[in-house]
Design a protein around this ligand. Structure first.
Ligand code: AMP
Length: 517
């Protein structure tokens, strides 16, 4: 595969249209070039998660003020292209300024208050330029997933808001900060640092680490942590601190108490070079991914409970409380739209013929685990599923069955949280509605059972029999139900062990399915 170099918007649109017509998933990694390991970490994640990866290289004049370093910003297209080619990127979009901002361009996105604090206060108009170009890139490429670095935390928050506020059909993935061996966050601008400045630059990450260390040993008072950070900067005359702050990850408002999920932001200048860095607070030993999870998904406690840090609550929050499909975490290796929706057009030209909907447990771990993605390669799940349903292969399967999952993520550890099931039920409900003639629903395993009972049928937890008890007698169970969107007709629901999760196996329900009207 050779990497394609695209310079015009028109060519990019036709490339992306072609990709979509093949029902492949498309990733966009927006960059300003002068690529380093930080950018490449995003590209690698994009390669894992999507079929086709586009990297854009565009030094965006709209995000630089007249006094900033637009003209001086490092540019290295040949080296960038080499790196992207070895990373097996499918296309590089490197448009000239007039392609992105043609004569007459006059519409800009205003991200609101959140763009006026911290970096926004130091660089007025910066995020207006960022949001505008990102929206334009999204509309040109129309990616399924776009990848951004935690390194620019405020940018992440603003882009996530942009996507939510304007209902953009793209999933935002956030990848952790990639650092040099001494802790300095990788940055295109660091090539301009003199040897002495480079040595001093490590203070940004060191001060963040110090604050985290203090927080982990029990000092939650944000002002005390900031005092310590400022003290460290004061001792290094080469560095001029623009700001140090500890903020709520959603609102970017300063917090009084640093809790897991709070974010420390720092920006400083070394002569002409401006550097930024950040760190998400987390309990000792928590990984970068976990911390991102905390910052991006866990609701921040209200002010009252924030006054006294409660370790038991914090550690609970570390568990997966939220659906990771919406958590935008780079650790999700699940390919985007690896759900039924993606395969409808290809595999189900006539939705009316589907009589049985099968609900599995969690979404497949990777593309090779999805029977839809690789129909010709049976995997342990599909083999046992076909056995259960009495079909020989995928072709027979898709003639009368459709398969979806209870939880839309696999990264849920050993336990699927109630909230995940509740959240994902809304997708499931939409999928059920797609097949107006479904007569039977096959529910595989305990998670799917819990979700179906609680969030599709709306039953009280106390009224639900434990799954093992329900299946105890025959290894499967059955009931008749009505769902509002199917009108006044009875549906048959069959509950079976999950083909690969549980160590018990249900007998084949094929005969039963065949005898259905
Ligand atoms: P830039 O080229 O600086 O606009 O960065 C392009 C993307 O790469 C942005 O989403 C950045 O947040 C991300 N990025 C830059 N540096 C790093 C880093 N050290 N670690 C992770 N991501 C990074």
């Amino acid at each position: 595969m050779s990497t394609r170099w695209i310079f015009t918007v028109a060519e990019m649109i036709s490339f992306a249209t072609e990709v979509r017509s093949q029902t492949k998933t498309l990733a966009l990694v927006p960059t300003m070039g002068a690529l380093h390991e930080g950018h490449l970490s995003l590209v690698r994640q994009a390669r894992i998660q999507c079929d086709v990866v586009v990297v854009s290289i565009f030094v965006n004049p709209a995000q630089f003020s007249p006094t900033e370093d637009f003209a001086r910003y490092p540019r290295n297209p040949e080296k960038d292209f080499e790196l992207l080619e070895s990373a097996k990127v499918h296309a590089v979009l490197a448009p000239p300024v007039e392609e992105v901002f043609p004569t007459g361009f006059s519409t800009f996105v205003d991200p609101g208050h959140i763009a006026t604090v911290w970096e926004g206060a130091q660089r007025p108009g910066h995020f207006r330029g960022v949001a505008t170009v990102v929206l334009r890139l999204f509309n040109i490429v129309r990616p399924d997933v776009a990848f951004f670095g935690q390194k620019d935390f405020q940018q992440v928050v603003i882009i996530r808001r942009l996507v939510e506020d304007l209902n953009l059909p793209v999933r935002i993935m956030v990848c952790p900060v990639v650092r040099e061996a001494d802790g300095l966050a990788r940055s295109s601008r660091s090539v301009y640092l003199s040897a002495e400045d480079r040595r001093a630059a490590v203070l940004l990450s060191r001060s963040l680490k110090r604050a985290e260390g203090l927080a982990q040993s029990g000092e939650a008072d944000a002002e005390k942590l900031l005092e310590e950070m400022r003290r460290m900067f004061a001792a290094e005359p080469r560095l001029q601190l623009d700001y140090a702050a500890i903020v709520d990850p959603a609102t970017l408002e300063p917090v009084t108490h640093a809790l897991p999920g709070s974010v420390a932001l720092v920006a400083a200048r070394l002569g002409q070079v401006r550097l930024i860095d950040n760190l998400i607070f987390g309990p000792p030993g928590s990984s970068a991914e976990m911390k991102l999870q905390l910052a991006l998904t866990a609701p921040q406690p209200d002010k009252e409970s924030a006054a006294t840090p409660r370790p038991e609550i914090d550690s609970l929050r570390l568990k997966i409380e939220n659906c990771r499909d919406c958590a935008a975490l780079s650790s999700i290796s699940l390919p985007a739209r690896e759900f039924l929706f993606k395969y409808l057009k290809r595999d189900y030209p006539n939705l009316d013929v589907i009589r049985v909907l099968v609900i599995g447990g969690c979404a497949p771990m990777g593309p090779s685990d999805s029977p839809y993605r690789h129909p010709e390669q049976p995997n342990p799940f599909s083999t046992r599923l076909y056995e259960l349903l009495g079909v020989r292969d995928f072709a027979e399967f898709k003639a009368s069955f459709a398969l979806t999952d209870a939880a839309r993520c696999h990264a849920v550890g050993n336990r699927v949280e109630e909230r995940t099931l509740e959240y994902c039920a809304k997708h499931l409900r939409e999928e059920l509605k797609l097949f107006p003639n479904v007569q039977t629903i096959v529910v595989l395993g305990d998670y799917a059972y819990q979700q179906f009972q609680r969030h599709i049928l709306g039953r009280e937890r106390t009224s639900i029999k434990p799954f093992p008890e329900l299946l105890k007698a025959e290894g499967w169970a059955q009931e008749s139900v009505r769902l509002p969107f199917y009108g006044e007709r009875d549906l048959c629901v069959l509950y079976c062990y999950h083909p690969t999760f549980e160590n018990k196996k249900s007998p084949s329900i094929a005969a039963y399915l065949c005898s259905q009207p």
